[in-house]
Design a protein around this ligand. Structure first.
Ligand SMILES: Cc1ncc(COP(=O)(O)O)c(C=O)c1O
Length: 354
């Protein structure tokens, strides 16, 4: 059987937690959602959070709760999944795409500075693949930051935990994420007013006043129960991810490629183990050939971003993003990898590059 690119860690306590919810007959949003919100907030170091149906919904709610809408501009990197772009478009704002820094795959602060205008209302800053973006530099721009922590939890940027720094933070609990609940998302913030607006945006009923954009974005207690069980094991998951990354790095020490880069003052949570291959020809087919070779060895590797966002908008001028698209390869790394699977991957890395 092929080693998948990703597989969630579902253990007896997740199953027990889900069964207990089913037995309780309290399935919809209730006290477990509240408990999960408090747990996530405490983990990140914030006073509160608002659980919703997905990370994409969390991005949209965060933008709306910050009062961002028609005619406002929001800066985001081109090298990320489509969720942040869609959220910006759904609130009627204008996306301003910028390039990344190749060694971190994260937003280039100087490109963000160039893209800002008098209409810029926020930056959506994904911490890609588990590595914190350069928030220290981005904060100097003085633009409100939404930290997109869908791919990074527990990592440190200059002594600060990711997610605790921006005006708002969004998380995703999709099945492949660091902490999974099947689907789900959360907006977190230290701004109680923003959180209260987010609460009202997810709930159409029993509310004193209605925002026209309110819809049903509630998480269920069933998802929250699984999320809570996972949250308890998150430090163990992250430790295992770091250990696996160390094993891969050691094996690739003499290989002619760029392994994940961890900048000074940062730690990596290794949501993905992404290497850049330096000697590929100018076509993406070569990367596909590497992926196909891993597949024949029983290992599912992936291009870590399906399609750069500037391609959807038919824009040009994103050289680092295009280089990443052409050369970045994600090798399976997740806590549920067995020792045999890990050994199989290590052999394949050696065969391919050493
Ligand atoms: C950086 C980033 N932001 C947002 C999302 C959207 O999260 P969800 O799939 O829960 O809607 C994802 C999910 O893949 C993501 O990787």
């Amino acid at each position: 059987m092929i080693i998948p690119h990703s597989r969630p860690s579902i253990e007896a306590e997740d199953i027990r937690a889900a069964v207990e919810v089913l037995q309780s007959r309290q399935l919809a949003q209730g006290s477990l959602v509240e408990q999960f919100e408090r747990g996530m907030a405490a983990y990140i170091g914030l006073p509160g959070g608002v659980a919703v149906t997905s990370g994409t919904a969390a991005l949209e709610v965060a933008l709306r709760a910050m009062g961002i809408g028609s005619g406002d501009e929001v800066i985001l990197p081109s090298y990320v999944c489509a969720a942040p772009l869609l959220a910006i478009q759904r609130v009627g704002a204008i996306p301003r795409l910028v390039d990344i820094e190749l060694d971190s795959f994260n937003m280039d602060p100087s490109a963000a500075q160039e893209a800002r205008t008098s209409k810029t209302k926020a930056l959506i800053v994904p911490h890609l693949f588990g590595l914190p973006a350069d928030l220290t530099a981005l904060e100097r721009l003085g633009i409100p930051i939404i930290e997109d922590c869908a791919q990074t939890l527990g990592a440190i940027e200059q002594g600060r935990t990711v997610g605790s720094i921006g005006r708002a933070t969004v998380c995703s609990f999709y099945a492949t994420k660091l902490l999974c609940a099947g689907e789900g998302g959360m907006v977190l913030s230290r701004d109680e007013d923003l959180l209260e607006k987010a609460r009202r945006l997810r709930e159409y009923d029993e509310t004193p006043s209605l925002y026209p954009t309110t819809t049903n974005l509630k998480m269920t207690d069933l998802q929250a129960a699984i999320g809570l069980a996972q949250l308890g094991r998150l430090p163990v998951f992250l430790e295992r991810r770091c250990w696996l990354a160390q094993e891969y790095q050691t094996r690739l020490d003499n290989a002619d490629l760029f392994p994940p880069n961890v900048s000074d003052g940062c730690t990596h949570s290794y949501y993905r183990f992404v290497v850049r291959l330096p000697n590929l020809a100018e076509s993406v087919d070569e990367l596909n050939a590497v992926i196909a070779r891993f597949e024949t060895r029983g290992i599912q590797c992936r291009k870590p971003v399906f399609r750069a966002l500037h391609r959807y908008l038919e824009l040009e001028g994103f050289p680092a993003t295009e280089e990443a698209e052409r050369t970045a390869l994600s090798i399976p790394l997740f806590p549920a990898l067995t020792d045999e699977e890990t050994a199989q991957i290590l052999v394949a890395l050696q065969e391919e590059w050493l």
